[in-house]
Write a protein that binds this ligand. Structure first.
Ligand SMILES: [Zn+2]
Length: 364
């Protein structure tokens, strides 16, 4: 890796015309810079992709060693993901802060689940009376976000059901907001998402159970939605796994899956801000953000899908795009991703903090 000045001529999306673009000392500068290395004379550039639902530091059983966390971070980076909103991990990933070659992470502490109502070992499990205290703890561990699991299969009813009463959820969200922290939650079904949106939540993960009135309220309040289409594709598998013991749950999951694009389309049309997130961790691999962008192309146009991972997602997370003085975190493509979203899956060069970290499919 070298830290020399960089130059390219290309379309800096979402702009439409090609121009010269310069990087020096890790940031975007006006240029020209004598002696700068020219990356490309004809290219398209996106701000580093955002994966707004990604667990760097999570394995099937929960905690994982540093070497595996490093692999997850490198896999994400080499796909062009340069900013991650971590949706809760049991492992310590703070050491990534000392590695300028790895993606930036906005942490959410550990995700919060109700005792015995989630995958074992992944979240911090608490009883309802301890929910608010746990919210406070995770607010102190996160970086402006926390996450909880709002619904999961309830084996006593054989279907998805909220994990917490509406009162408990409302008290937790209120406390986080008092501490200046935004809250997001995992939700698949209809009831929990209605309750958390009523309680003033800031973002919804998955959200396949959104109904029209809830969509309206989310749009009115600017509540974000990170559908994680990469993970929703596993719903038929989750349904099959539960089929024998929980046929109602299985049928519910299949129905949510079959209606997913309809539901999301309604949310987009209503003006709900939708962002790219993969749910990488355990089932989904860490290289999927570009594929999530392609999938979002089924919900809206190319500008919508690309913006969901870049120029709309970054300001939402208080991160810059490619304005002058911003950290030079960007991905270069040989073709126009607006003409074909699949271009995003083939970056020609990835620059992080002004340094080329991957080029032509080979990684530095
Ligand atoms: Zn997740």
């Amino acid at each position: 890796m070298s830290n020399k000045a960089l130059h390219l001529t290309g379309v800096i999306l979402p702009e439409s015309e090609p121009r010269d673009f310069w990087v020096a000392d890790g940031v975007v500068v006006e240029g020209p810079i004598a002696g700068a290395e020219t990356i490309s004379k004809r290219c398209w550039v996106l701000p580093g992709l955002v994966d707004a639902h990604c667990h760097i530091g999570l394995g099937v059983g929960g905690e994982i060693p540093k070497e595996r966390i490093l692999q997850q971070a490198l896999t994400a980076r080499n796909a062009g993901t340069l900013l991650v909103r971590d949706n809760g991990v049991p492992s310590d990933n703070w050491w990534i802060e000392d590695r300028p070659d790895l993606p930036r992470i906005i942490r959410s502490g550990r995700h919060i689940a109700l005792t015995k109502r989630y995958l074992p070992g992944l979240a911090d499990e608490v009883d309802p009376q301890d929910f608010v205290a746990e919210v406070e703890l995770q607010c102190s561990r996160g970086q402006g976000w926390i996450k909880f699991v709002a619904d999961w299969i309830d084996r006593s009813v054989g279907d998805l059901a909220p994990c917490w009463s509406a009162d408990v959820v409302a008290a937790g969200i209120k406390r986080a907001h008092e501490l200046g922290v935004r809250v997001t939650a995992h939700t698949f079904g209809e009831q929990a998402v209605a309750e958390i949106v009523d309680a003033g939540i800031d973002c919804v993960e998955h959200g396949v159970g959104l109904t029209d009135p809830v969509i309206e309220k989310m749009a009115a309040n600017g509540v974000g939605l990170v559908p994680t289409l990469c993970n929703i594709e596993n719903f038929p598998m989750y349904a099959a796994q539960g089929e024998e013991k929980f046929p109602t749950y299985a049928a519910h999951m299949r129905d949510l899956y079959e209606r997913r694009l309809d539901t999301l389309g309604k949310a987009r049309e209503a003006g709900v801000p939708i962002y790219c997130g993969t749910d990488a961790g355990t089932v989904v691999t860490y290289d999927q953000a570009p594929h999530e962008v392609v999938k979002l192309g089924a919900v809206g146009d190319a500008d919508f899908a690309l913006g969901a991972a870049t120029w709309r997602a970054r300001p939402w997370l208080n991160a810059p795009c490619l304005e002058l003085g911003a950290s030079a975190d960007f991905v270069v493509y040989d073709n126009d991703p607006r003409a074909d979203l699949r271009v995003v899956t083939h970056p020609s060069c990835i620059v992080l903090r002004g340094v080329i970290v991957a080029e032509g499919g080979t990684y530095c």
